[in-house]
Design a protein around this ligand. Sequence first.
Ligand SMILES: [Zn+2]
Length: 254
Amino acid sequence: MEIGFPNHPRRNLLKEIEWIGKNGFDFVDLFLEEDMATPEKVDVNKTRELLEKYDLGIVGHTAWYMPIGSPVKALRSACIAELKRYFRTFAELGVEYVNIHANWPGGLFTDKEGVKFQIETLKKLVEEAKEFGIKLMLEPLDTRFDTVKNISSILKAIPELYLHLDIGHTSLYGRKPEDFIKKFHARLKHVHLHDNNKSRDLHLPLGCGSIEWEKILKLLKKYYDGTITLEVFSRDRDYVLLARDKLIELWNKL
Ligand SMILES: [Zn+2]
């Protein structure tokens, strides 16, 4: 198991990677997002140098608010054009797996229509990503639409799409991350880990919310030994480091 941390996309990317490297993480979960980490602002050479300096791996992450499931076709097409720019930068940095977040139209539109819109966009994105040697992973979001059933419909329609499990998101609305692990472990390529009270997406350090970590990680460890990002958003990053110690301790004793 490898543990990573994301850069804050509204801060200087190189300084963020420096912090991640100095603190001994295994990889950077590279958030290429507005407004400080968009492709035109990334210094690819300097970023590569830093990754090498600290022997850091890299996983690609795009903005959670990309409207890939919008009922507006022009917005879905714009997503493809925009994300192609991101794929290019990821490829230059040697990224193999990139996440795309689920996105739901809501309002007057049904789950089924949301699934259809996303399948249409994701099929095209998978093909575009291939040109850059990149594989895509779908991350269920924190909405009531991100059910095993809906995510399953998307994954079934696109065999080349992988699952990126976010344990915090899949613990909301009475959902269980275990159900996603049992159903999709063969297609699981990346994990986000953070705690919450099971009703709001709080991104807390593990142990500060009510998620049953022992139970979930025990099941996860049965099938998975890959990259896990501590997606903990605390102003004081000492909590991130403490969460990492707790994760290693728990993982090793399971
Ligand atoms: Zn996440």
